[in-house]
Write a new protein. Structure first.
Length: 148
């Protein structure tokens, strides 16, 4: 059971921490690792993978979802951050950030369009074998928390 939970930010917005394994399924689990004491991350945690096509899936109730993560120093030189986002099993949207020499705090990797209020599933996939995907948290608008 995860000690990191969904945190209510305001009356209509919730954050699902990356270490909330009750809400997020990491696949394959042995290729993801958690980092604590990450000063630039929400609740000082992030979950990281370097495997091509490794994924994180979150099921939530709400009308919009965003994914925040960290880009930066541990990626090899000239390795872009490439990840894809498939909402409710639709065609994935690929997002690319150029290589970075600096670390940033909670960059928004993805934001969905407005959705009909209800249960939705978002799958995040690492799209580059040389680049780390570092997930910080998921933010759900008009939600009632998360469920798996």
């Amino acid at each position: 059971m995860s000690i990191f939970r969904t945190v209510q930010i305001n009356p209509t917005t919730f954050r699902i921490d990356d270490w909330n394994t009750d809400a997020i399924a990491y696949n394959p689990p042995e290729q993801w690792f958690g980092q604590s004491n990450a000063d630039t991350a929400f609740q000082k945690t992030m979950t990281i993978t370097r495997g091509m096509n490794n994924s994180a899936t979150v099921t939530f109730v709400g009308s919009k979802v965003s994914v925040f993560g960290i880009i930066g120093l541990i990626n090899p030189p000239n390795a872009p951050h490439i990840s894809s986002y498939s909402l409710d099993k639709t065609a994935a949207k690929t997002v690319t950030f150029p290589p970075s020499a600096a670390s940033f705090k909670s960059i928004k990797f993805y934001e969905s369009e407005d959705l009909p209020h209800g249960q939705h599933t978002l799958k995040v996939t690492n799209g580059h074998a040389e680049s780390y995907l570092m997930i910080d948290y998921f933010e759900v608008v008009d939600g009632s928390g998360s469920m798996r």
